[in-house]
Design a protein around this ligand. Structure first.
Ligand code: ZN
Length: 200
């Protein structure tokens, strides 16, 4: 097929070409590290960034995206997905960490950012501690141009882990976890753990 060469100025829609990247996986899979790695590459290229996370995740620092290995990058905590549209301004790249904690409005927000020509890079847990898809993640993954699933190592057997197993028996989904509450498990070890819990 012959593709006509571009002669003359690009139209606005061609110049401002945005897209969505999703980085997903279980706890301890390195999602935030991967997010930070991509954002730092954009910074090196002198692109402008705005980075957000939901207000609920204030594990260590209110204004930083924090990964478990303590690589940090400055971010803004927001209460509502819509706030991101207001605060993103004219930046080239928008990063969002812990994106699973936003409600479904985040899907439209990411779409709008991409339509306005921005590169949108989000990281989040794809499954909750029951092994069910987490909040807006399925929709985000379906609508993204790029999806990267990163993995942890199963603490029980050393296989590839995709599940976040909750060691205590609390039931609320939004608990901001750390190593003493969760462990990364493979499918089989996760299932065995859930069966043991149900038999207690
Ligand atoms: Zn295992």
């Amino acid at each position: 097929m012959f593709i006509e060469p571009h002669i003359g100025p690009l139209s606005d829609s061609l110049k401002k070409h945005g897209w969505i990247e999703v980085i997903c996986g279980s706890m301890f899979s390195g999602k935030t590290e991967e997010l930070i790695r991509r954002l730092n590459r954009a910074l090196i290229a002198q692109q402008t960034l705005e980075i957000f996370k939901p207000q609920v995740d204030s594990r260590y620092h209110k204004d930083h995206v924090v990964s478990h290995n303590e690589n940090t990058i400055r971010s803004t905590a927001v209460s509502f997905a819509q706030d991101i549209l207001l605060l993103a301004g004219n930046c080239d790249v928008v990063g969002i960490d812990e994106v699973q904690f936003f409600d479904n409005e985040i899907v439209e927000v990411c779409q709008n950012l991409a339509y306005s020509g921005k590169r949108v890079v989000v990281a989040g847990l794809d499954m909750d501690f029951r092994g069910k898809p987490f909040g807006p993640m399925p929709d985000l993954m379906a609508m993204a141009e790029y999806v990267t699933k990163v993995h942890a190592i199963c603490v029980q057997c050393g296989n590839i882990a995709s599940y976040s197993f909750r060691l205590d028996s609390a039931q609320e989904t939004v608990v901001v976890g750390e190593k003493d509450t969760y462990e990364a498990r493979c499918r089989n070890c996760f299932n065995r753990g859930m069966e043991n819990k149900n038999n207690d």
